[in-house]
Design a binder for this molecule. Structure first.
Ligand code: ADP
Ligand code: MG
Length: 364
């Protein structure tokens, strides 16, 4: 519930309507909203035009279909079957969607110098962040250095996916004990399929919230861009840092250590792991928000930049080329400085000053 409340509150504002007046009861002018639980998180989709009822059914079906392919907990999923054959030389048949996602994940991994690592599963499991996704049943623990050192060699070699002659796809993991975990990219990647399903039913204006990833199609019914609240990582249940304007199919994705963590011996351990050490990333950042045209990339890079830290993130953004250079960023440091890149300045509203945050617009 800890993670659901802010989402619901944010949703009320996103839709421009009070929480006591759900959008779905107001007819298409206010949008039709579908809430559901998938990929271990609360999701919601509001469609403002087209055949909203059919569109929302189709959108949710797409998410369910993709979860059945990408889940680590369902034995029949592409990911589970790939993991089950790690290192045994089997080319495991996978769906084209999975091949595409593995390719996108591998590209983000290479470009980020493996700060984004799609084969971190053995390390995630050692911390108890792995297979039992539900907070209620997860058994978290702090693994020893020896245990982590033995696992790290399994997290370097990316899965190999290939198109076969008959047009189907197969993939393999080179080392025994390896396992894919797409938790840092799958929800974002799903957004692209949801958008396709919506547009196929005539939807041109919609907003989707897929667990920390918000995609805005078109604009609000009043013609204004959608407004997205960015959570205060120091008070994630109550407060917001800022509001940004979002539209035109862009996706906003936030990663932060506050999203999922446990405490042991007085220390907090969160779920974004630095693949270089096997420990929760300690880059000096509290959260990273990316805004990008590609939802899978927004998702992967919010995780990657959280690992890489402020200086490297801004360096990549300032570089004339590369994936991050084409994004906008909100970087929040442990000493409460917020860096917002210039493309987000228009429509930016600040809310965190009373809580002690300072803001800086970063320009090229
Ligand atoms: P969330 O899924 O909680 O919204 P993220 O998008 O940042 O947040 O993804 C975090 C998830 O990604 C973790 O739960 C784990 O499954 C996976 N993960 C953790 N660290 C990394 C990493 N360095 N690279 C890729 N995936 C990671
Ligand atoms: Mg992510």
């Amino acid at each position: 519930m800890k993670r659901l409340l802010p989402l619901l509150l944010a949703w009320a504002l996103l839709c421009g309507c009070g929480a006591d007046q759900p959008a779905s009861s107001q007819g298409p002018a206010a949008g039709d909203t579908q809430y559901f639980f998938a990929m271990d998180t609360l999701m919601s989709i509001t469609a403002y035009d087209g055949d909203t009822a059919a569109a929302l059914v189709a959108a949710q079906q797409e998410i369910n279909r993709l979860e059945a392919l990408w889940s680590r907990t369902r034995p029949e999923s592409d990911v589970s079957r790939l993991n089950a054959h790690a290192g045994d030389g089997t080319a495991v048949p996978i769906q084209p969607e999975t091949a595409g996602l593995l390719e996108t994940a591998a590209a983000a991994a290479r470009e980020s110098g493996l700060a984004f690592d799609p084969v971190l599963a053995p390390v995630m499991d050692a911390w108890g962040f792995g297979l039992t996704e539900s907070e209620a049943t997860a058994v978290h623990r702090v693994p020893g250095q020896e245990e982590l050192s033995a696992l790290l060699p399994l997290t370097r070699d990316l899965p190999q996916a290939a198109a076969l002659e008959d047009g189907s796809y197969a993939a393999a993991l080179p080392l025994a004990g390896q396992a894919v975990d797409l938790g840092g990219i799958a929800k974002g990647a799903s957004a692209a399929y949801v958008v396709q399903a919506l547009t196929a039913h005539g939807v041109e204006n919609a907003i989707l919230s897929l667990g920390g990833n918000i995609t805005a199609l078109g604009s609000r019914p009043d013609g204004q861009p959608f407004r997205v609240l960015v959570t205060d990582p120091l008070d994630s249940e109550e407060s917001y840092l800022c509001t940004i304007a979002l539209g035109g199919g862009l996706t906003c994705s936030t990663s932060g250590g506050y999203e999922r963590y446990f405490t042991s011996g007085g220390a907090a351990y969160h779920h974004i792991i630095d693949p270089a050490t096997g420990y929760p990333a300690q880059s000096g950042l509290l959260s990273v928000t990316t805004v990008a045209a590609g939802p899978a990339l927004a998702d992967a890079w919010s995780t990657a930049l959280f690992v890489l830290g402020l200086d490297r993130a801004l360096e990549l953004w300032r570089a004339g080329e590369g994936t991050v250079a084409g994004m906008e960023l909100i970087l929040v440091t442990e000493d409460q400085r917020i860096y917002v890149t210039q493309g987000l300045e228009e429509g930016l509203q600040l809310h965190g000053e009373e809580a002690g945050y300072t803001y800086e617009i970063v320009r090229r």
